[in-house]
Design a protein around this ligand. Structure first.
Ligand code: WT7
Length: 670
């Protein structure tokens, strides 16, 4: 595998090699605010303790949770890379996230301030959440859902989504949350792979100022082969829009759940009992079902939420803007914050509806103290203008976080300045669906932060940067990010495919988990993430595999072959750019126009709008190696209007000049 540093550095909009070097030269550092450091949940001593006894450190963190049987064994690594954490311990995850806070006297504390996009709002206390989760658990049991059965959740960002996930956890039924923006096809694939028995959905949700339907996609997905084991569809009424109804299969949430008993005794499950499956794109067409289990996962998300966000449950108001359909929503909306008894905001809509100050209005309304979002959103806010956040009172904020992609130093500085009033620390948190919880991040009361760098592995986490031969690189050098020791919230396997788990993560370097990201260490040894080294594109914070888009394109009768690359894009990090070889007749039709639009719409229908290529460029040939592998690196050069790199491994080096000749405008926007 070769990896071109210049390319990955160019991925962000502003981080060129030169500006990065300049920023490092300036040695810009932001010391923790004195008061925050003095009151911090976690201090520098944690690094020492974890270094001296890593497993002892995690055993201690596991005591943050309430176990019905305390674990005596911390890690069983006798069959690597299949880890068992806390394997003789037993617990109920939902009890840990809800009931125990009520039992501790915090029933009146608000768990969720829900803010709907149209402006409706509801505050739900821990006591109310306990009742709702118990009723929903009883409802699932009535439908015959048993421990181990999979439940698909395809929902907007509403409180019932959190309740549904916790109800599944409570009865030991692993949930598979499918992002509400995904198409019927994507949902069908995931329902089939997990062999789900029940789907929980809603009529729709509010997005961008209107009601956006969800139920039709469920109906369509369940008409596909391989989804027959879904017995019931439970539908939350959110928008009131018309829905088709399949008698005997479909049930309204309010009919089913409301009449249930508010009492449900949580059963304790083994620490390694599956908690959820979450699909993430892979480099082959089939998405990977990442499997997370209970005790280790909850330990790490609880600890990291406490340590990285310095959460004080009595006074803080936490807000993570991620969709619950992504791992960030699982770990830092549902399981991390709730296990810590946090009060948090749950917002249904988009940041610019009904106006571009919507998020800041919500921060002001609920006096949010800790705010966690993605660089793509920060860059959008930057583009909309400083005057927008300036209209709102953001003085409650004391800590800001970033996740999902490298944050360019300029955006980091803007975030701190215009959202954090130049006072708040910014924690850039690196992790993945696969890691389950945060792995590399500053600690807000300890670390002097550097704009653009995730900096240091958390206490108890072992990460480093290696070269092609697995040798650790010296400070100042770049390579591949690897994790060198197992961690509690690590994925346990790929659902139904242990071999793929081994091949994808543990085969590139012996005994090391390869994260798929390029990284460098600066002269202080701090880690800078540089993006994916494989062929997954990062579009507005979503990972989309090139292969999935290619397969969608060639599924269209007019397309013979397709190659897809992510080209640097100032707004979305990467924009999807597709090179297609058309079939004869289709090529003629192109002259009349329309085909390119049709192909874009076709991909959107197959994979969801986020996967729609920004540009589609019909070409006569594609650059391939002798073994037939498409050389995406060269296509990226074309798409980014750069001089071509090394073409010597091409079967036919004239192909590239043909592509470039035919596409004089390839580098411009359309
Ligand atoms: C990939 C994982 C983690 C939740 C959201 C994404 C990129 C994530 C950072 C960061 C640089 C980052 C990596 C990683 N990424 N956080 N702070 N700095 N890159 O989860 O969809 O599984 O994507 O997102 O490339 O491998 P995911």
């Amino acid at each position: 595998m070769t990896w071109d540093t210049a390319h990955t550095l160019g991925k962000g909009d502003v981080v060129s090699n030169e500006s990065l070097a300049n920023l490092l030269r300036e040695e810009r550092r932001f010391e923790p605010p004195a008061q925050l450091a003095a009151d911090a949940n976690v201090t520098a001593e944690a690094y020492e303790r974890a270094k001296a006894d890593r497993l002892g450190f995690w055993a201690e963190q596991a005591r943050r949770l309430s176990w019905s049987t305390e674990p005596t064994e911390t890690l069983d690594w006798s069959n690597p890379p299949f880890a068992k954490w806390f394997k003789d311990g037993r617990l109920n995850v939902a009890y840990n996230c809800v009931d125990r806070h009520v039992e501790a006297g915090h029933g009146d504390r608000v768990a969720i301030h829900f803010e709907g996009e149209p402006g409706d709002s509801r505050s739900i206390t821990y006591a109310e959440l306990r009742r709702e989760v118990a009723k929903a658990a009883n409802a699932l049991l009535e439908l015959g859902v048993r421990a181990g059965d999979r439940v698909a959740v395809y929902m907007p960002m509403i409180p019932e989504t959190v309740v549904a996930m916790l109800a599944c956890a409570r009865i030991g039924a692993p949930h598979s949350v499918v992002f509400g923006g995904f198409s019927a096809d994507a949902l069908a694939t995931r329902v089939r792979d997990a062999d789900a028995r029940v789907v929980i959905t809603s009529d729709g949700g509010y997005r961008k100022g209107g009601a956006s339907a969800l139920k039709p996609a469920v109906d369509e997905a369940l008409s596909r082969p391989g989804t027959e084991n879904v017995r019931n569809v439970v539908v939350v009424r959110r928008t009131g829009q018309d829905v088709d109804w399949t008698e005997g299969r479909d049930l309204w949430w309010h009919d089913l759940v409301e009449r249930q008993s508010e009492e449900h005794t949580p059963e304790a499950f083994e620490a390694e009992h599956p908690l959820f499956i979450l699909y993430t794109s892979g480099t082959t067409g089939k998405p990977k079902g990442i499997l997370h289990t209970s005790g280790g996962y909850l330990t790490q998300v609880s600890y990291t939420h406490h340590a990285v966000f310095d959460l004080k449950p009595d006074t803080d108001v936490f807000w993570c803007t991620a969709d619950v359909g992504w791992v960030t929503g699982h770990s830092y909306i549902v399981y991390g914050p709730l296990s810590n008894g946090a009060t948090q905001v749950l917002y249904e809509g988009t940041p610019d509806s009904p106006h571009k100050g919507r998020w800041w209005e919500v921060v002001e309304k609920y006096k949010v103290t800790i705010f966690y979002t993605a660089p793509t959103a920060i860059r959008a806010a930057m583009k909309w203008g400083d005057d927008i956040p300036a209209k709102f009172d953001l003085s409650s904020l004391r800590l800001l976080g970033s996740v999902g992609e490298p944050i360019n130093p300029e955006a980091w500085i803007w975030y701190r300045q215009h959202i954090g009033a130049g006072r708040t620390p910014v924690v850039d948190t690196w992790w993945q669906t696969e890691t389950g919880g945060i792995m590399i991040s500053p600690l807000p009361g300890v670390t002097a932060t550097k704009p653009g760098s995730a900096q240091v592995p958390l206490p108890g986490i072992s990460a480093t940067v290696v070269d092609d031969e697995a040798r650790e690189v010296p400070d100042g050098a770049g390579g591949y990010l690897v994790l060198t020791e197992p961690w509690p919230s690590m994925l346990r396997t790929i659902w139904g495919d242990d071999q793929r788990y081994l091949d994808t993560y543990w085969s590139r370097f012996e005994n090391r988990y390869f994260a798929g990201d390029g990284a460098k260490k600066d002269d202080d040894g701090d880690i800078w993430l540089l993006g994916r080294v494989d062929d997954v594109m990062l579009v507005s914070g979503h990972n989309i595999s090139t292969t999935e888009v290619e397969s969608a394109l060639v599924a269209h009768p007019a397309v013979a072959e397709a190659a897809v690359v992510g080209a640097a894009d100032p707004q979305t990090t990467q924009a999807i750019c597709a090179f297609v070889i058309l079939r004869g007749a289709a090529a003629e039709e192109l002259e009349e126009g329309g085909l390119v639009d049709e192909l874009r719409a076709h991909v959107a229908k197959q994979l969801g709008p986020i996967a729609k290529p920004k540009r589609i460029l019909p070409v006569a040939e594609l650059p391939k190696t002798r073994s037939g592998k498409i050389m995406r690196r060269l296509l990226r050069d074309v798409a980014e209007n750069r001089e071509l790199g090394d073409v010597t491994t091409l079967t036919d080096s004239s192909v590239m000049s043909l592509i470039q000749q035919k596409l004089p405008s390839a580098g411009s926007e359309d």
